[in-house]
Design a protein around this ligand. Structure first.
Ligand code: NAD
Length: 253
């Protein structure tokens, strides 16, 4: 079983922090050349330098996943530096929390534009280039367990992630003929900047007690699923969503 990513070129969106930074480190550690993509180029350059010092081939490109021109420019700059991008990790995401009746048009668009439309645009532009190259590839969408089972005050985020899980299947269906596999990871609660403060509150501590494994995930807990889906070891998997959540979706009703 070959989990190595030697010879692959992987792009990670939102690589400037949290899970994206962790994914970039994991992919480089497994042998991939890595294109770091995010809006904050300064933070990416520091990570690029740290990974390059370990012997990895890494480049950093500016990319806003809500801007098609920025996506195409970032993909083309990444490929010019490292070669055809054949693994794409659609990780960039945002979240706000509010009861549904308080979510205004701008909040809805902000969350859906980034978490759903942004992933589609990145996947489409990467796939157009992979089809032209004729090499096939692997797209890994970072969804969420909230896309499978709702949580309070997150209707925009949960709807976008549910859409991302369905989009994963629809694109898998269309792009299998080009050798492009499309899969997703649905993480449970993983400790990052997006949620660290919440888990110090009473509500956050109560939530952890409902996770069967009684702990938050750490970013590294996702790396097995990531390397499986990115590598040829998952060559017969497409349209799948892997839940990595300490059993949270199995919590007792
Ligand atoms: P984070 O806020 O640390 O990381 C999100 C990254 O996306 C940041 O680097 C941010 O700059 C980037 N980003 C946001 N908007 C962007 C845009 N328009 N263009 C480019 N980059 C943009 O949060 P995280 O926890 O690392 O989240 C990463 C992904 O994992 C998100 O899609 C999130 O929904 C998902 N996720 C996280 C958890 C968790 O518990 N942390 C659980 C399930 C899913």
């Amino acid at each position: 079983m070959e989990l190595s990513l030697d010879g692959k070129v992987a792009l990670v969106t939102g690589a400037s922090s949290g899970l994206g930074e962790n994914f970039a480190r994991a992919l480089a550690g497994a042998g991939a050349a890595v294109v770091l993509a995010a809006r904050r180029l300064d933070r990416l350059e520091a990570l690029r330098d740290a990974l390059t010092a370990t012997g990895a081939r890494v480049t950093a490109v500016a990319m806003d996943v809500t801007d098609t021109g920025s996506i195409t420019a970032g993909l083309d700059a990444g490929a010019a530096a490292l070669g055809t991008i054949d693994v794409v990790v659609n990780n960039a995401g945002v979240s706000t929390a509010a009861p549904a009746m308080d979510i205004g048009d701008a909040d809805w668009r902000f969350v859906v534009d980034t978490n759903l439309t942004g992933c589609f645009t990145v996947a489409r532009e990467a796939a157009v280039r992979l089809k032209a190259a004729g090499t096939g590839g692997s797209i890994v969408n970072i969804a969420s367990i909230t896309g499978m089972r709702p949580a309070g005050a997150l209707v925009h985020y949960a709807s976008a992630k549910a859409g991302l899980i369905h989009m994963t299947k629809a694109l898998a269906l269309e792009w299998a003929r080009y050798g492009i596999r499309v899969n997703a990871i649905a993480p449970g609660y993983i400790e990052t900047d997006i949620n660290r403060d919440f888990f110090t509150t009473d509500a956050g501590k109560a939530l952890i007690k409902r996770i069967p494994q009684r702990r938050l995930g750490q970013p590294e807990d996702l790396n097995g699923a990531l390397c499986l889906l990115a590598s040829d070891a998952s060559g017969f998997m497409t349209g799948s969503t892997l839940e990595v959540d300490g059993g949270h979706l199995c919590s007792s009703l």
